[in-house]
Design a protein around this ligand. Structure first.
Ligand SMILES: [Zn+2]
Length: 387
């Protein structure tokens, strides 16, 4: 069972957001070998040091096995993709203007600031933008930290995934919250379907970006393109566009990231956005990346067995900020031992159904057009575009 779970961790959906911290994405870049006119000195044989065997399971298993928050003062500790959460608060599964989805994951936990924000956003969007209510996806685990499946970020209680599917006018059953799929906003891998992605969606994302505590919002690059085109149809102000960052996979949900609450010690902010709308060159660069990814994916469909899964690094508790150990053991929680069976809470979360529909594939005609009648010799984009 452990093996099965470990292979499940290869599935990633909000993963790339960590790399977003670094800068503009690139395709197929590789380091250039240093050139030198002199011959390098012969290498001395280096004795390989044997790595000591880990004493604990990976941090994602340890944090994924806790079903209660850390009874400590509320604090987001570390960075979005390497940290944990003290004093986590849960978002009630039903609110006046929201419902929490995929309850089996137990990921409706966040900092008090995140919970306040979601309550405010859902109420403002309903009253002022005509959005009928939020379907809320993953926030964080009760004590944050790395997760068994999915996200690389969402570790400190400041990230939230919100479905782009409007909330229905009734209370969903627990089964519906497990089985329902968020609807993709794309009609093909490169383009938004404007019959599904409406001006109300544009207003909702604009609303979310308008709060000063929001640092960034992640959407699929095709959605960002559509927002750039349509910003004028919902108002004059374009400043909010700068916070909306293009990233893989966010085609059926958007991801809101709050900045560290002011004065919170040990909470690491990302570099703030520049203020540029991001509607120019950066988006053009993304277009070419998306095209390559779409071709790659379409060709994988033809030869499915050439697909190789990526490997997820085993982050250990010792790789996280030191305070995360206290978070994990607080309240008398006994951390998961090496080779202990995963508890039910972890198994349930890991077995949960993907939240949204897959990205539509290119049609054969589109593929041929993109290939220009020939074949493009291309390397795989820097991230597996299927996930
Ligand atoms: Zn997310």
């Amino acid at each position: 069972m452990r093996r099965l779970i470990l292979s499940l961790t290869l599935l990633t959906f909000c993963t790339g957001v960590a790399a977003e911290q670094i800068g503009t994405p690139s395709v197929g870049t590789r380091p250039v070998a240093a050139t030198s006119s002199t011959k390098p000195a012969p290498k001395k044989p280096v004795k390989k040091k044997k790595k000591p065997a880990p004493k604990q399971p990976p941090a994602r298993e340890m944090f994924g096995s806790v079903d209660t928050p850390a009874p400590l003062e509320a604090r987001a500790i570390g960075s979005y993709s390497k940290g944990c959460l003290a004093g986590g608060v849960s978002l009630p599964i039903n609110g006046p203007d929201w419902q929490v989805m995929r309850l089996s994951r137990n990921r409706n936990w966040g900092s008090p600031q995140l919970i306040d924000f979601l309550e405010r956003l859902s109420s403002d969007a309903r009253a002022q933008d005509g959005w009928p209510g939020l379907l809320v996806g993953d926030l964080s685990q009760p004590r944050g930290g790395p997760m068994l499946t999915g996200h690389t970020s969402h570790q400190v209680g400041l990230d939230a995934d919100i479905w782009l599917t409007p909330m229905p006018d009734r209370t969903l059953t627990p089964e519906e919250r497990e089985e329902m799929s968020a609807v993709t906003m794309l009609k093909d891998p490169l383009t938004v379907d404007t019959t599904i992605f409406t001006d109300t969606h544009v207003k909702l994302i604009r609303r979310a970006a308008s709060y000063p505590q929001v640092a960034r919002i992640f959407v699929h690059p095709a959605i960002k393109r559509s927002l750039c085109k349509r910003a004028a149809s919902v108002g004059k102000n374009r400043a909010w566009l700068g916070k909306v960052r293009p990233w893989w996979n966010h085609h059926y949900h958007f991801h809101v990231r709050l900045a560290c609450p002011p004065g919170m010690v040990g909470c690491n902010n990302q570099k703030p956005v520049t203020g540029d709308s991001g509607c120019g060159k950066e988006l053009d660069n993304w277009d070419s990346i998306l095209k390559k990814a779409a071709i790659w994916t379409a060709q994988q469909q033809i030869k499915p067995d050439t697909k190789k899964p990526g490997k997820k690094k085993n982050v250990r508790l010792t790789d996280l900020p030191a305070d995360c150990k206290a978070v994990l053991v607080s309240g008398g929680h006994e951390p998961l031992a090496l080779d202990a069976e995963l508890p039910e809470v972890a198994l349930l979360a890991a077995a949960s159904k993907e939240a949204g529909q897959a990205i539509p594939l290119l049609s054969q005609a589109q593929l041929q057009t993109l290939l220009g009648g020939g074949r493009i010799g291309m390397s795989m984009p820097d991230r597996n575009p299927i996930r």
